[in-house]
Design a protein around this ligand. Structure first.
Ligand SMILES: [Zn+2]
Length: 290
């Protein structure tokens, strides 16, 4: 299927932000349990304020995958995002891994977070992103259950991951996936292909790790072939947030080159026109009906 392109013959970009706090890093020793969250100083508003300013300056609307917990503690942040024209989507209630939750609890989590975010935002919610991209062999029911919980699109697939590819075929561009209760549009995290290798470069630790010149070169290759999906967090524009306890490897991936993020992000945001995932969904579904 041909996808909508901008007038300069490039595919669009999508900026997606997982709206969570600095302590929502999965699988490290210093991650506090849910019962302790209320006692911690929150930094999420600080980081989000920086995104709001940058995006206003660039006139770009982003898709914000809010944690239900964050939305319930900071409802004004959700309302501000809506006022600024950004799209609200769900990142689950408490940042739990999908395989650990199991099908029933995942359904509940997807449903509860959708309803909560709809109540606060006053908007219909359509999109989901799994905490830590935690889907795979142990969650064969993922897309069926997500669709049953009332979602129309997902952005949890990292196509460099083999067990993710088993779930959906592993397309590098947005593609519809058939489920028992309807179709879900999947927005995979952008990877680049170099021979047999699939590399993530446009989000989280990968965006921090790879050098500016390489990311800049590769984004051109991506944008001539398919849309660019960037994922990022509030903590990445708040370099002085408290650091969690973790082993050396995770510390490197979590905090390396934090200061390089603003320049890389601006370079990517200037590279093409940006849409929200919901707007792109509408473009594809309207095209189909014609
Ligand atoms: Zn997350």
């Amino acid at each position: 299927m041909d996808s909508p392109q901008s007038s300069n013959h490039k595919y669009p970009g999508f900026l997606t932000i997982d709206v969570e706090d600095y302590y929502h890093i999965l699988g490290v020793s210093g991650t506090p349990p849910v019962q302790h969250w209320d006692k911690l100083n929150s930094r999420v508003e600080l980081g989000m304020q920086k995104y709001f300013e940058l995006l206003e300056q660039k006139n770009i609307k982003a898709t914000l995958f809010f944690l239900g917990y964050i939305a319930s503690k900071h409802p004004q942040l959700v309302r501000k995002a809506v006022e600024l024209g950004h799209e609200i989507a769900s990142h689950g209630m408490y940042h739990q891994q999908i395989g650990i939750l199991g099908q029933k609890a995942f359904y509940r989590d997807a449903l509860d977070s959708r309803k909560l975010l709809e109540d606060i935002s006053g908007k219909q919610l359509r999109g989901w992103r799994s905490p830590g991209f935690s889907i795979g062999k142990d969650t064969p029911w993922f897309f069926d259950t997500l669709s049953e919980a009332g979602y129309s699109y997902d952005s949890s697939i990292t196509p460099y991951n083999k067990s993710h590819r088993m779930l959906c075929g592993g397309s590098l561009r947005p593609e519809f996936i058939s489920t028992q209760s309807g179709k879900i549009l999947e927005f995979p995290i952008t990877v680049i292909k170099i021979g047999q290798l699939r590399l993530s470069m446009f989000g989280g630790g990968y965006l921090r790790f790879f050098p500016y010149w390489l990311i800049s070169l590769m984004k051109e290759r991506v944008l001539s072939t398919y849309p660019l999906t960037i994922y990022i967090h509030p903590r990445e524009l708040d370099p002085h947030h408290p650091q969690l306890e973790m082993n050396l490897k995770r510390r490197f991936m979590s905090y390396v080159n934090m200061d390089s993020v603003p320049a890389k992000l601006e370079m990517l945001l200037d590279a093409t026109n940006y849409l929200t995932l919901g707007d792109y969904y509408d473009l594809l579904t309207t095209e189909k009906q014609q």
